[in-house]
Write a protein that binds this ligand. Sequence first.
Ligand SMILES: Cc1cc2nc3c(=O)[nH]c(=O)nc-3n(C[C@H](O)[C@H](O)[C@H](O)COP(=O)(O)OP(=O)(O)OC[C@H]3O[C@@H](n4cnc5c(N)ncnc54)[C@H](O)[C@@H]3O)c2cc1C
Length: 475
Amino acid sequence: MMDVIIAGGGPTGLMLAAELRLHGVRVVVLERDAEPTGIVRALGLHARSIEVMDQRGLLDRFLALGRQYPLGGFFAGISKPSPERLDTAHAYVLGIPQTTTDRLLAEHATEVGAEIRRGCELVGLSQDADGVTAELADGTRLRSRYLVGCDGGRSTVRKLLGVGFPGEPSRVDTLLGEMELTAPPETLAAVVAEVRKTQLRFGAIPLGDGVYRVGVPAEGVAEDRSVPPTLEEVRRQLQVVAGTDLGVHSPRWLSRFGDSTRQAERYRVGRVLLAGDAAHIHPPVGGQGLGLGIQDAFNLGWKLAAEVGGWAPEGLLDSYQSERHPVAADVLANTRAQMELLSTEPGPRAVRRLVAELMDFEDVNRYLIEKIIAIGIRYDFGEGHELLGRRMRDVKLKRGRLYELTHGGRGLLLDRTGRLSVAGWADRIDHVVDGSDELDVPAVLLRPDGHVAWVGEDQQDLLARLPKWFGAAVG
Ligand SMILES: Cc1cc2nc3c(=O)[nH]c(=O)nc-3n(C[C@H](O)[C@H](O)[C@H](O)COP(=O)(O)OP(=O)(O)OC[C@H]3O[C@@H](n4cnc5c(N)ncnc54)[C@H](O)[C@@H]3O)c2cc1C
């Protein structure tokens, strides 16, 4: 019997597997596809996901294979400079294809001891008081204490649980692919500039070696979006939208995506949980989906590990849904709004112009970009200091950086006073006495996901707060 089965080896499932392994949880990832996909969906990581990689010691690997771009232009593609003094050490977009992100996360998960089984499709599940039984397409049965569905937008786990997935169906589809084209660069640049004056769902981004990532609105909405378009269909739509097919040829891959917006009614049914696209889908405007899934995993991992390890306080696992459901609901709302702003209709275009004007106010620009890069999230931990419930940005310490202290995924008491103690929780929490000029509070208690659970200097106050997140003292 495993501790946790994860259905789906995309970024969410792989991140979750690694997080669980940091706490010694025995975990297996079941991935339906025998080989990693060559289709590149996400093109990059925003600040909070970059921070998550840094918090687990993965940043150098990602930086080595990515390119840093300025942060402007991410809200509905409205071109504005990045606001200054964002509250992060990573105020850039890290351009890195999802195929590379998936590979790096798989390597990390394997290094920390997760087992990834490819070519294993989950087709059935049942649960009882002690555990979950998963049935695979080849008839194999596996048993675990918990199971997490990280199996994407068409999640089998979600359907088997009978969890509702209310929302809006797709209204517009977009064809996407990587291909070569014969149009000379000057012609391409002129066509792109002209068409994008009104149609922002069209684009052709050079990827090097004569290959372009081409996106163009589809004719209608596909019944089955998993069926890729043909090159002929792409050519036809390019003619309709751009007046030329740009001479596209030799596609590496072709796909289509829609703009449906849906969210699971519940993230947990007994011993089975949902995370990532299995729990929420939305159009890719602003590039938030992969980050949202990684951050679901970051929130869930230590909580599920605490449950498996037997030290979870009452309600800890349920706080996964109460914290993460509102975050995804907010992303769904902002992507819906962005889709309206991409419309070619005169009304939405007038609203777009107005939003663009408002974004000249620094505070508006900052508010919108902080949503997209997910650094402004504050979980509801009750009344208290302004840091409470927020993730703590990386700060310089006398002996290094804060995020260097969090690679093991444990809680952390960062203490400038030298008078505090977490004795009784030392198996779950590191205590570091150090100071930072960038930190103007006496001490902070960080959860394993880097969110601030307590701020103060009083030992009794700290002792009153510790059990809420870290369970009972031992010894
Ligand atoms: C065109 C496009 C561009 C995007 N750009 C961005 C971007 O720039 N930034 C960003 O953050 N996000 C972006 N996204 C969104 C991002 O790609 C997804 O949100 C992300 O892949 C979700 O990760 P996941 O692990 O939850 O699901 P998935 O990546 O869908 O992974 C699910 C995995 O589960 C497997 N699986 C499915 N069913 C089963 C089963 N029954 N048993 C076992 N395995 C199963 C699948 O094979 C798959 O590997 C984009 C999406 C699209 C379509």
